[in-house]
Design a protein around this ligand. Sequence first.
Ligand SMILES: NC(=O)C1=CN([C@@H]2O[C@H](COP(=O)(O)OP(=O)(O)OC[C@H]3O[C@@H](n4cnc5c(N)ncnc54)[C@H](OP(=O)(O)O)[C@@H]3O)[C@@H](O)[C@H]2O)C=CC1
Length: 320
Amino acid sequence: MLIEARSQHNTLDTYEFFEKRSFLTDLPGNLGTPILKSLISASGESQAAKFDKYIACIHSERSEKRLSDLFPEHKKSGKLVISRGDNVSAAQKSDIIILGVDPPDVEATLKQDGLSQALKGKLLISVAAGWSREKLEKLVSAGDASKEEERTWVLRTLPNVAAQVSQSLTAIEDPAPGFPSKYMEIADAIFSQVGKAVHIAPRLMNATTAVGGSTPAFWAVICDAFIDAAVAVGLPRHIAQAQIYQSMRGTAEMLQSGIHPGILKDQGTSPEGCTIGGIMVMEEAGVRGALGKALRESVTIARAMGSGKEDLHVNDTRQS
Ligand SMILES: NC(=O)C1=CN([C@@H]2O[C@H](COP(=O)(O)OP(=O)(O)OC[C@H]3O[C@@H](n4cnc5c(N)ncnc54)[C@H](OP(=O)(O)O)[C@@H]3O)[C@@H](O)[C@H]2O)C=CC1
């Protein structure tokens, strides 16, 4: 869980929301640590992503030590507070809360006595996979607020693991009607700090979970296969790795510049050449179909997560 503080340099007209100017994060794990790192060391452009203070809520002594070792200066200056076992008081002191515990821990975390109360009138950003906004809102009694300003505004997002190198693709789900635009500006700024942010309709979030969230691991498997093959034909592993990674980076940049994948393929293949020979093998092996099926499988599982039918895990038996 991560709790964040507003910057005194904030130019947005949001002070009524952020009197306490703090930011809490419940996610300093694999995903949370890079998000915290990007935000706390943000050098500059977006004032909306700058906060005076960060409270990192973790569970274990090991994580407490890890964060202390990672951010000694920020801890010393008081910009970062590491909180263990006291999410409620951390949330009370904060204005924006990022929820990043593992999906099975979401319910127990949000149901802690006093947490719903502590979240009132604040922005709760969830990065937890498989948890819909509606389910999160129920857990924090978001709809029970008698006044609009006491409501907990829940925003569902889904970053990906490339946040570790500030290249995440973060899907931000379209929020509930009436969601304050100031909050969206802040969320956009936070996730732009760790990569690119895109706005996605709720019905497309499960597909996005796989397309944005699973594909880094898919690329990793593909790279690993190419690297093994390169070693098999004689390249030292470190050279193979450097070549494959650079090839991937260059390809991504060409595609992002607008070149269509089919055009890129045509440009890289010549009659009777080695590249078209390799592509023929890929086609024979049904690589396109297999990759497509892998992606569709991930979407199927994403749809099952949070549906209440998790026991009918798609990898166990589809028939049940
Ligand atoms: N990893 C990824 O690429 C992506 C992850 N996500 C989502 O992000 C979330 C976090 O994933 P990830 O970072 O990989 O998981 P981790 O297990 O690495 O991190 C979870 C963090 O939550 C902390 N935590 C657990 N229980 C509590 C509690 N009761 N109070 C405060 N803190 C607690 C843990 O503390 P401690 O370490 O002390 O146990 C840990 O720091 C998940 O919901 C996942 O679905 C979404 C997209 C991509």
